[in-house]
Design a protein around this ligand. Structure first.
Ligand code: PLP
Length: 366
């Protein structure tokens, strides 16, 4: 008996998520002894703030208890931070969970989800897992093409993911484009603005999607503690929306979807957000100077508003990603994202990591 054949048919075809390669795995695979740096998963290169670490340590004795099912305190604090009611805030096990819950709550088999491509790699995975139809709309100039997305809407469309800024290109769509897009769009389509990199954005014309919440019951914004707050490992993200939309997510979540360490860490992170300003400024400076260097080396690098850069070489066939791995530098190859295998995405690391990355890339392209 082949157990795999017992699986629900749509799930047998799922393409598994391929994460950025862990440091220890590369060390074993390639027998590397020296320091390995990982710039592959858009993680923050810095440890969580001391205030967060202390809050986590204080929580450890309480781990024999289930977490607060309602995420009471972090929900209230996010609501206060954004000037919304607590009913408008939903907290999830990473924003990734909220994407899943949205599809689970709203999209019937036969209905479709539209999203840009290449974009966040979880979108196709979630659609496959939920047996819903997905429609991938190509980027234009490495940027989400909202006009094309709107033109692709059919009576079957139930949900649209707008990744802004877009992963893996780092580019963004501005406020005017978002207004044109939402204006006249059917209001029974759930529009998800996935803003995982929001805190890194400096562009003055980045859309004020928060404003849309007043007018549109069908709009939801996703944010996360994984990136700028250095908390990818604890898994916590949240959404802002109309209270009615958030109430639907509560109906489909696990009772204890957010663990207690994550709740306590996020509270400390939010409280001390101001202290991250310097790190955000360093990210911006480093990102722009690396982008300039890469362009001077002949790569195409779309302008980024995030903590990563997409790097596209003039020609394919040089195994850049694997040859950088040989030298202990892990970046994310873009083949799974539908780009050429020598294209890669590199996260902005510490100043020293960024220097090492550039040096290594110079070696493998020499
Ligand atoms: C665009 C985008 N959305 C969502 C996520 C998921 O973030 P989280 O760690 O909150 O699940 C990521 C993570 O890389 C992302 O790039």
């Amino acid at each position: 008996m082949n157990i795999r054949e017992l699986m629900r048919p749509h799930l047998q075809k799922v393409n598994p998520y391929v994460p950025g390669k862990p440091i220890e795995e590369l060390r074993r695979e390639k027998n590397i002894e020296g320091e390995i740096i990982k710039l592959a998963s858009n993680e923050n290169p810095y440890e969580p703030m001391d205030e967060i670490k202390r809050a986590i340590i204080d929580e450890i004795p309480l781990l024999d208890r289930y977490p607060d099912s309602s995420c009471h305190y972090i929900t209230n604090e996010l609501a206060e931070y954004y000037g919304l009611s607590r009913e408008q805030v939903f907290v999830g096990n990473g924003s990734n969970e909220i994407l899943e819950l949205l599809v689970k709550a709203f999209v019937n088999p036969g209905e479709e989800v539209i999203y840009p491509f290449p974009s966040f790699i979880a979108y196709p995975l979630i659609c496959q897992q939920s047996a819903v139809t997905d429609k991938k709309i190509p980027l234009k100039d490495f940027t989400v093409d909202l006009k094309a997305i709107k033109a692709a809407v059919t009576p079957a469309t139930k949900m649209i993911f707008v990744c802004n800024p877009n992963n893996p290109t780092g580019t963004y769509v501005g406020g005017e484009a978002v207004d044109d897009f939402i204006n006249g769009l059917r209001r029974d389509i759930i529009v998800v603005f996935d803003e995982a990199y929001f805190e890194y954005v400096t562009a003055p014309d980045f859309p004020d999607t928060y404003r849309l919440l007043r007018e549109y019951r069908n709009v939801i914004l996703l944010r996360t503690f994984s990136k700028v707050f250095s908390l990818a490992g604890v898994r916590i993200g949240y959404s802002l929306s109309h209270a009615e939309l958030a109430s639907c997510l509560h109906l489909v979540r696990q009772p204890f979807n957010v663990n207690s360490i994550a709740q306590i860490a996020a509270r400390a992170a939010l409280k001390h957000f101001d202290k991250l300003k310097k790190r955000i400024e360093e990210n911006t400076r480093e990102r722009e100077s690396i982008a300039d260097e890469l362009r001077a080396m002949g790569f195409t690098v779309p302008p980024s508003q995030t903590n990563f850069l997409l790097v596209v070489p003039r020609a394919e066939g040089n195994n850049l990603v694997s040859r950088m791995e040989d030298r202990g530098v892990i970046v994310r190859g873009m083949a799974p994202f539908g780009l050429g295998g020598d294209s890669f995405r590199v996260s902005i690391g510490t100043v020293a990591e960024n220097r090492r990355f550039i040096q290594t890339l110079r070696e493998v392209t020499a």
